[in-house]
Design a protein around this ligand. Structure first.
Ligand code: NAG
Length: 439
């Protein structure tokens, strides 16, 4: 027993030394130091590996993805957690060049895993979470985040009614609901997908979004081919937050600031055809004008979009589409409420006016759709080779930060993330680490 203890103590010393070698001077350690690392050490024990395989499988290049997954699985023998390194590898997967560094990172990760046969836990990267809420990078569902309301199908509770559909149920917040399906992954996938991002923060009933269009008002007539401004007044929206719609579509939860939804609105104008009040729903792919209003307007809910060049003669419906920052429709606290959006119908008369550039078949509309499709073609993050390298650097930095928060328990993975950013150097670092550990 004594010798085992001694060996264990010696291991800890070696591990501590390894941790010191890997120390990161980035300055973020303090922020992480008192955080959630400790809580997750237990929760994540022995659970990290499956998540690694999944993260690696997100690789855009199927062949490389498989290789990365295999490399991560290799770490399983160490029976510990490498979550962050897998994340670093996955982040750099969208181009051929990035895929190569992804594989390299995974290979190093594997070594890290084998060295990590003690108490290390990388599951929770508080540094990376700083801007996106607690535990944004842990792959463990926290007990206090489990929604027991989803355990029930609603068929026997208060409000149950024979006409009601049974709700789908889950014991784990549906965290794997999209598994095996095409993931939305921040992209505007035109043939359908499954989005696994949580809905997020919901405002109080007293802070629900409400909109009124102030121009053009219902029944208004506008001259064809002339500029006009669509103006709206929105209540209870922290307007002006508009994320990259090509790469981060539905990619983060709805969030609040000062109790109000952080987001933006859009205006969309559709040609109703021969009548202002048709009985057939308009084709949602067809619009005469569309604009996401990405500024905060007058700061008091007054927002506008200039319709340069106006519209050709016709009967139109204008509607708002209020959304959270990542473009999802706003989520409200109660079912019975007024609409968050407004529509008006107006007529454009006279000669002149052509298809607006912001129509679905206008130059801007087509360019926007093409950009969204290009992002889909590139894959998650829609990163170019240089952007991928930058992302890998960030991931590596976060990884280092995290690895220094293991409470003195060593983590030989510390430099594996750096591999993704620095290429060849990290291989030497990995060897050095291993020697350090063995010594
Ligand atoms: C539209 O709004 C802009 C900016 O507020 C303003 O400069 C312009 O005169 C307006 N155009 C019309 C036609 O009202």
């Amino acid at each position: 027993m004594v010798s085992v203890k001694l060996f264990y103590a010696a291991s800890l010393l070696s591990l501590a030394f390894a941790a010191a070698q890997n120390d990161n001077a980035g300055g973020k350690n303090v922020a992480n130091a008192g955080g959630k690392q400790g809580q997750n050490a237990g929760a994540n024990a022995g659970k990290g590996q499956g998540q690694n395989a999944g993260a690696a499988a997100a690789s855009a290049d199927a062949a490389k993805g498989t290789a990365a997954a295999a490399a991560n699985n290799g770490a399983k023998a160490a029976a510990n957690n490498n979550n962050n390194n897998a994340g670093a590898a996955a982040k750099s997967s969208s181009t051929a060049a990035a895929a190569a560094s992804s594989s390299a990172a995974a290979a190093t990760n594997n070594k890290g895993g084998n060295n990590n046969a003690n108490n290390a836990n990388n599951g929770n990267n508080a540094a990376a979470s700083a801007t996106s809420g607690g535990n944004a990078d842990s792959t463990t569902l926290q007990a206090n985040a489990i929604q027991s309301g989803s355990f029930f199908d609603g068929q026997s509770g208060l409000g149950a009614d024979a006409t009601e559909a049974a709700s789908t149920t889950s014991q784990n917040n549906f965290i794997n609901f999209c598994s095996g399906q095409t993931l939305t992954n921040g992209l505007q996938i035109t043939d359908g997908s499954c989005n696994g991002i949580v809905m997020g923060q919901i405002p109080a009933k007293a802070q629900m979004v409400s909109t009124v269009i102030t121009f053009p008002q219902d029944g208004k007539t506008i001259q064809a081919g002339q500029d006009f401004n669509i103006t709206v007044q929105v209540a209870n929206l922290q307007a002006g937050a508009f994320t990259n719609a090509d790469a981060t579509y539905y990619a983060a939860p709805q969030q609040l600031k000062g109790g109000q939804i952080v987001g933006h609105t859009h205006v969309t104008v559709q040609d109703m055809g021969k009548s202002l009040n048709p009985t057939t729903p308009p084709d949602a792919t067809q619009f005469a004008f569309f604009k996401g209003i990405n500024d905060a307007g007058d700061g008091k809910g007054g927002l506008s979009a200039i319709v340069s060049g106006g519209l050709p003669a016709g009967n139109y419906r204008l509607c708002t589409l209020t959304s959270a920052a990542n473009h999802q429709p706003v989520i409200m606290p109660v079912a019975q409420r007024g609409a968050q959006d407004d529509c008006t119908r107006f007529t454009v008369t006279g000669n002149g006016g052509a298809t607006n550039v912001a129509a679905n078949d206008g130059s801007k509309g087509e360019a926007a759709a093409a950009a969204a499709q290009s992002a889909v073609d590139i894959g998650p993050g829609a990163l170019t080779a240089s952007a991928a390298a930058a992302a890998a650097t960030t991931a590596a930095a976060n990884n280092n930060n995290n690895n220094n928060n293991n409470g003195g328990k060593a983590n030989a993975n510390a430099n594996a993330g750096a591999k993704a950013a620095k290429g060849g150097k990290a291989q030497r670092l990995a060897r050095f680490k291993r020697r350090t550990f063995v010594a």
